[in-house]
Design a protein around this ligand. Structure first.
Ligand SMILES: Nc1nc2c(ncn2[C@@H]2O[C@H](COP(=O)(O)OP(=O)(O)O)[C@@H](OP(=O)(O)OP(=O)(O)O)[C@H]2O)c(=O)[nH]1
Ligand SMILES: [Mn+2]
Length: 180
């Protein structure tokens, strides 16, 4: 890695950490939320072999607009159009009802860019592993299983994006008895 890409990644991690500073995961330990975007970027780099820095940046930033006060204009000014476009592609419209948002993820997944599909895939892989690690506060076993089934429908639309990540995902679905 060149020293400039190191600096760019540190800048991006710092931006995401500041934006998510007051947010916690839903696990009983209330883990800092930033563990999730860092983990998603790490899956792409370490397990998916991804070196495209804009994909890694988008992974670090992928929940900033959906879950914090960050705007796309702000991302564009700091990180430029490509990173912003990838984040936009993986951002749910929070004004829509939850069922509609979930349905749209399944519908849109096959039409996303390759870069956005990579981020989506790693996001789902992280969240499924997190569900195996522990159940979010207030979630029943049925809700966990429903998340696996829904995630499998999204992942179907991401086929052919990254063999290593898809293989790991497939194993998790098999363990849950979910058909991909
Ligand atoms: N497994 C798990 N998920 C947690 C936890 N804490 C927060 N989350 C987040 O919750 C989301 C999944 O929960 P849902 O109830 O399905 O969705 P919602 O937050 O949009 O209402 C994921 O959002 P996302 O990353 O935007 O992905 P997506 O599921 O919306 O695609 C995930 O990152 C946790 O402790 N475990
Ligand atoms: Mn996420």
């Amino acid at each position: 890695m060149s020293s400039s890409s190191t600096a760019v990644l540190l800048e991006t991690i710092n931006f995401a950490a500041e934006k998510h500073r007051n947010q916690r995961r839903k696990d009983p330990d209330a883990t800092p939320y930033i563990n999730h975007p860092i983990g998603v970027a790490r899956i792409l780099s370490h397990e998916g072999g991804i070196t495209d820095i804009e994909v890694l940046q988008a992974a670090l930033l992928h929940d900033t607009v959906e879950d914090t006060d960050t705007s796309f204009e702000e991302l564009e000014a700091v990180f430029g159009p490509t990173v912003t476009r990838i984040v936009q592609e993986v951002t749910d419209d929070r004004t829509l009802p939850k069922e509609e948002r979930k349905r749209l993820q399944v519908e849109h997944a096959p039409h996303r860019s390759h870069q956005a599909k990579l981020v989506k895939l790693a996001d789902k892989l992280y969240n499924l592993r997190d569900l195996n690690r522990c159940t979010p506060s207030g979630w029943t076993a049925e809700r966990v299983q429903e998340y696996f089934v829904w995630a499998s429908q999204v992942v179907k639309g991401l086929r052919g994006t990254n063999a290593a990540l898809e293989e790991k995902m497939q194993q998790l679905f098999l363990e849950r008895g979910v058909q991909l």
